[in-house]
Design a protein around this ligand. Structure first.
Ligand SMILES: *[C@@H]1O[C@H](CO)[C@@H](O)[C@H](O)[C@H]1NC(C)=O
Length: 200
């Protein structure tokens, strides 16, 4: 027969073990592993998917600072020094009317005199195929060609993600411009043991 105080001690122990177990088992890396189309072969986990960025000039993206030299404003060029800010929906298909699975918010600064190149930074927030979180990218854009942006990190299910995002123009004609956005994410093995911030 176990005494009451021994019972409650045992209960306390069980709760604290359970608590620790939950704290260490809940992080994103474990969650993703069970429900993603990615894979983990022991050298890290990968995850890839494609979304479509829908941008409408003067509606989801604006020039907020005029450039100072070089090419003029056209469908594909902006003057050197132009600062452009956008907040574009990400859809699951190229069709603008397809389901919205995220948003890309960021800015581009024109850094070439021919007006075709810029430095871009963006936070890509995703709620897609059971994954929720954001990926941040920073890199160069060539307006009329595919651009690869290094992933500098992420939040939520994408915490500690690395890899790259390839953005390719699909349609540059008209008011709404569509970009194919291919996300290729990679978690090095050490990401498995990294701390994950609790919800603030
Ligand atoms: C966007 O707005 C600016 C400022 O009002 C205007 O000069 C420009 O022509 C507009 N661009 C388009 C594509 O409508």
């Amino acid at each position: 027969m176990v005494s009451n105080s021994a019972k409650s001690l045992l209960l306390c122990l069980m709760i604290s073990v359970l608590h620790q177990h939950l704290q260490f088992q809940l992080p994103h890396v474990v969650a993703i592993k069970t429900k993603s189309e990615g894979k983990d072969d022991g050298r890290g986990k990968t995850l890839s998917f494609t979304l479509y960025q829908q941008e409408t000039i003067n509606k989801t993206g604006y020039i907020v600072v005029d450039g100072v030299a070089g090419a003029g404003v056209s469908q594909t060029t902006t003057p050197f020094g132009t600062v452009y800010v956008f907040r574009d929906d990400l859809t699951v298909h190229a069709d603008k009317a397809s389901r919205v699975a995220g948003v890309a918010e960021g800015t581009s600064i024109t850094t070439s005199l021919d007006g075709l190149q810029s430095m871009s930074l963006a936070k890509i927030t995703i709620h897609h195929k059971g994954h929720r979180g954001s990926v941040s990218v920073l890199g160069g854009t060539y307006n009329t060609k595919p651009s690869d942006y290094p992933v500098v990190g992420g939040t939520g299910d994408f915490a500690y993600a690395l890899g790259y995002v390839r953005s390719s123009p699909v349609n540059l004609i008209g008011q709404t411009v569509t970009y194919k956005m291919e996300l290729h994410l990679y978690w090095p093995p050490y990401a498995h043991d990294a701390p994950v911030p609790k919800k603030p």
